[in-house]
Design a protein around this ligand. Structure first.
Ligand code: ZN
Length: 156
């Protein structure tokens, strides 16, 4: 198990060092939201381009700790080609994973590489870091153009 954990940490550090899809988007009709995690100081802007109901492109800008950056980077890769409903289902699944509530999940949603964040549930202070990009994504999908703070709102 410790080998697996090391592998996971390596993947997170690799994404933190070389984040994917780290750029703004200014396409007409694009969606955007900003997120802020006061607990750690992570800031992120998430940009979403939809083609009908399908996520065509997700990108982000921001500055934050390794966990928040890696989570955002891997999120942008995971969402490409998903429908909005699938993206939201993935967010709920991911959120249960990092909060440690997914022990009994039957696994209807495949997290793929996002499963590397399973270890985060052992570090409650890091849960907000890992989920910030996702909360911001959902805000963007709902076109709530404003600041999302993980310090407020419902953490369900
Ligand atoms: Zn952080």
């Amino acid at each position: 198990m410790s080998d697996l954990r090391e592998l996971y940490q390596e993947m997170i550090l690799e994404h933190a060092r070389r984040p994917r899809n780290l750029h703004a988007q200014d396409a007409p009709g694009g969606l955007k939201a900003a997120g802020f995690n006061a607990l750690c100081g992570d800031r992120i802007d998430v940009y979403v381009k939809l083609a009908g109901d399908v996520v065509e492109e997700v990108s982000f800008e921001g500055s934050g700790c390794a966990i928040s950056t890696a989570s955002a980077s891997m999120m942008t890769q995971a969402l490409c080609g998903k429908t909005v409903a699938e993206a939201e289902a993935l967010f709920r699944r991911f959120h249960r994973l990092v909060t440690g509530e997914s022990q009994n999940d039957s696994g209807t949603v495949d997290l793929g590489k996002l499963a590397v964040f399973a270890g985060v549930c052992e570090f409650p202070a890091r849960v907000k870091c890992a989920s910030l990009a996702w909360h911001t994504l959902v805000a963007a999908l709902h076109a709530q153009d404003g600041i999302v703070s993980t310090e407020e709102g419902n953490e369900t």
